[in-house]
Design a protein around this ligand. Structure first.
Ligand code: NAD
Length: 256
């Protein structure tokens, strides 16, 4: 379905970003990857799906590096047809104890990076008459939890940015939507499981159950594969007039 298109997925060396990259590649899209850590293993996973794979190591907290990544994608792949703004980090602390530099980093990586990548991707999408921008927000773009001030503020901002991007392009073939996962068992969440286990003297399984039980009625983690399937739907003809939604995949979290 996406043969000949190019998708740039930020933060795709791990977790949800890698899951979405795999789902888009399985539909034939070439993939530009980004993110830190081991790059060769995730790159090989995508290459095994017989699509062209690129990688740029831009730090998404730095606008000039984001510009360099977008220029690399345009040079190597011609155009970015699908932009998935996914890179993100977390820090958990009450506001009075929240380190200001963590606040700045979360706003830069989880929110401002989506603005920068979007502003740089839009002109080519508009010229082509087709484009998809998918922002990986969170259920925390819709509701709050204590001790996540920067994350909740950034993710609510991403949902707002999604709506404005959708509206400004509403008469074109360029759509923008947000995906709002509940708990997904990636390294980002495993750190929170570990912290709970250590603080309360629980096993890994016990801490996972507690985490799910606090928020997620289904008592199940959402998977990167499920999130990838939603991203594929947004890119399909069925998604042509889906504009500005914040679609939660959260096991009922926000329905409560
Ligand atoms: P993860 O830690 O597995 O992956 C994060 C990715 O972002 C990695 O590839 C990492 O290298 C990259 N990254 C981090 N900082 C970066 C930077 N400065 N520049 C470039 N890349 C950077 O986490 P994940 O759970 O897959 O999270 C992906 C997105 O999904 C995030 O935006 C997160 O907020 C969101 N999300 C996660 C959950 C969850 O439960 N895991 C729930 C809702 C939303």
């Amino acid at each position: 379905m996406l043969k000949g298109k190019t998708a740039l997925v930020t933060g795709s060396t791990s977790g949800i970003g890698l899951g979405i990259a795999k789902a888009l590649a399985a539909q034939g899209a070439n993939i530009v990857m980004n993110g830190f850590g081991d790059v060769e293993t995730p790159k090989a996973v995508i290459a095994a799906l017989a699509v062209k794979v690129g990688y740029h190591g831009a730090d998404m907290s730095k606008p000039d590096e984001i510009a360099a990544m977008m220029a690399y994608a345009a040079e190597q792949f011609g155009r970015v047809d699908i932009l998935v703004n996914n890179a993100g980090i977390q820090h958990v602390a009450r506001i009075e104890n929240f380190p200001p530099e963590r606040w700045d980093a979360i706003i830069a990586i989880n929110l401002s990076s989506a603005f920068h990548a979007t502003r740089l991707a839009l002109p080519a999408m508009q010229a082509a008459g087709w484009g998809r921008i998918i922002n990986v927000a969170s259920v925390h773009g819709l509701v709050a939890s204590a001790e996540k001030s920067a994350y909740v503020a950034a993710k609510h901002g991403v949902v707002g940015l999604t709506k404005v991007t959708a509206l400004e392009n509403a008469t074109t073939g360029v759509t923008c939507n947000a995906i709002c996962p509940g708990w997904v068992l990636t390294p980002l969440v495993q750190k929170q499981v570990d912290a709970k286990a250590a603080a309360l003297g629980l096993s890994n399984e016990g801490a996972k159950k507690l985490l799910l039980g606090e928020k997620e009625p289904s008592m199940q983690f959402t998977t990167p594969e499920e999130l990838g399937a939603l991203a594929v739907f947004f890119c399909s003809p069925g998604g042509n007039n889906v504009r500005g939604v914040a679609w939660n995949m959260d096991g009922g979290w926000a329905a409560q």
